[in-house]
Design a protein around this ligand. Structure first.
Ligand code: SAH
Length: 214
């Protein structure tokens, strides 16, 4: 694969900058340092792959900003071998970061072309996830419970069906707000009926939309 010394050097600088911005989990920083983000980007933006910014991908969507990927993943406190549900596959970049942490990933995308693009991005790099074309609001009840649930699009409220699919002791991270911005919410399922919520700063995501699209 086309991952040159130049890319590796730029990537190391990006990782250093994430650490300066407050990301502390070294396993996560190392995992992100192994993912060639430039191979997940649209060719027009490929030269900016290692700047800490979100960029357009297909279907009017975006590849998340590396800091946001790091922040959400750090909040999840992932352990190896955990079963993760990701809503919003997009480019597949975040999926690759989760896989680099030694997890099993189920990922859902509502846009058919992105569902295909993500598989095309990930497979040649040897990343194996369970890809689903569908509506993330529904989750994947047949594969639940999940140890971790990560939503990578901005919701207006916390989808009840996702709460039901979270394992007891599990953590879910979801940006909640409106189209002008969202607050990062961490939910910990403490028992069958008890969920603890906390708020972790402001972000700007593309919206979590209902249903699937062609
Ligand atoms: N994790 C992605 C971020 C993509 S942006 C990456 O690293 O590239 C958010 C994605 O969520 C978009 O691709 C959008 O199409 C998708 N999305 C929005 N609403 C959804 C829903 N209800 N179900 C599944 N995916 C959804």
């Amino acid at each position: 694969m086309n991952d040159s010394y130049r890319h590796k050097g730029l990537r190391q600088k990006l990782i250093d900058s994430l650490s300066e911005k407050g990301i502390k989990n070294t396993e996560l920083l190392e995992a992100m340092n192994r993912v060639p983000r430039h191979l997940f980007m649209d060719s027009s933006f490929v030269n900016f792959s290692y700047s800490d910014k979100a960029f357009p991908i297909a279907a009017g969507q975006t590849i998340s900003q590396p800091y946001t990927v790091a922040f959400q993943t750090e909040l999840l406190e992932i352990q190896r071998h955990q079963k993760i549900l990701e809503i919003g596959t997009g480019s597949g970049y975040q999926t690759a970061v989760l896989l680099e942490l030694g997890t099993r990933v189920y990922t859902i995308e509502r846009q058919k072309d992105l569902y295909n693009i993500a598989m095309e991005n990930l497979r040649p790099l040897g990343y194996k996830a369970s890809f689903h074309y569908g509506d993330g609001y529904e989750g994947l009840p047949t594969f639940s419970p999940f140890d971790r649930i990560l939503v990578t699009a901005g919701a207006t409220e916390i989808p009840k069906k996702l709460l039901d699919q979270l394992a007891i002791g599990g953590r879910m991270v979801i940006p909640v707000g409106d189209r002008f911005g969202q607050k990062m919410i961490l939910i910990i399922r403490e028992s069958k009926d008890d969920y603890k919520e906390s708020i972790h700063g402001n972000f700007a995501f593309v919206p979590l939309l209902p249903g699937k699209s062609n």
